[in-house]
Design a protein around this ligand. Structure first.
Ligand SMILES: CNc1ncnc2c1ncn2[C@@H]1O[C@H](COP(=O)(O)OP(=O)(O)OP(=O)(O)O)[C@@H](O)[C@H]1O
Length: 164
């Protein structure tokens, strides 16, 4: 198996709106995305809570593990495994951060797909409608050369589909 780096990605939802941030640095700079980052010496859930708090000041009261995106980049030897969560209960008031600025709510119908990672368009419909999903996306020079998106009946199926 190729070496893997683990990440979390969290989407906060409220009344058919989703909270996104404009990334100011690093991976995905200049693109809109949910909140998240590298898993450090912690559980996936704790990473998700920590990243959400660090990047937009919200404290998650629930986190639903909905899917996993496996990103392979040609010429890079580490795959990125991104665990996707949604959050519908939280405390605090959303605030921009150094890493996500500005942040704003988008109606599900007005998601800015053209200013996001190219493969988002394929799997977001699952995430927006709370369906379990797995994605295996292969990039070469920023272009998608293969993108396999599947819906599943449970998170266990997601794991077995990606051999995690
Ligand atoms: C082709 N590969 C990828 N395509 C699209 N999205 C990817 C990704 N690989 C990781 N992601 C997500 O992009 C954010 C990066 O976070 P990133 O800034 O690197 O992490 P973290 O906040 O720990 O970094 P700092 O060290 O604090 O700067 C994070 O939400 C993560 O889930």
């Amino acid at each position: 198996m190729r070496p893997q780096k683990l990440f979390t990605l969290i989407f906060v939802k409220k009344n058919k709106e989703i909270l996104l941030g404009h990334k100011t640095r690093g991976l995905g700079k200049g693109l809109w995305n949910g909140f998240g980052g590298k898993v450090e010496n912690e559980t996936l859930l704790n990473c998700a809570k920590r990243e959400l708090y660090e990047e937009c000041s919200l404290l998650a009261e629930n986190l639903n593990h909905l899917g996993v995106v496996k990103y392979e980049v040609v010429d890079e030897d580490v795959d990125h495994i991104v665990h996707v969560f949604t959050c519908t209960k939280y405390t605090g008031t959303e605030q921009r951060s150094e890493e996500m600025d500005p942040i704003r709510w988008f109606n599900f119908k007005d998601v800015p797909y053209e200013k996001m990672w190219p493969c988002a368009k394929k799997w977001w419909p699952y995430m927006l409608s709370d369906k379990y999903f797995s994605v295996h996306c292969i990039y070469n020079d920023g272009n998608i050369i293969s993108n396999n998106v599947l819906g599943h009946g449970s998170i266990n199926h997601v794991f077995s589909e990606l051999s995690l």
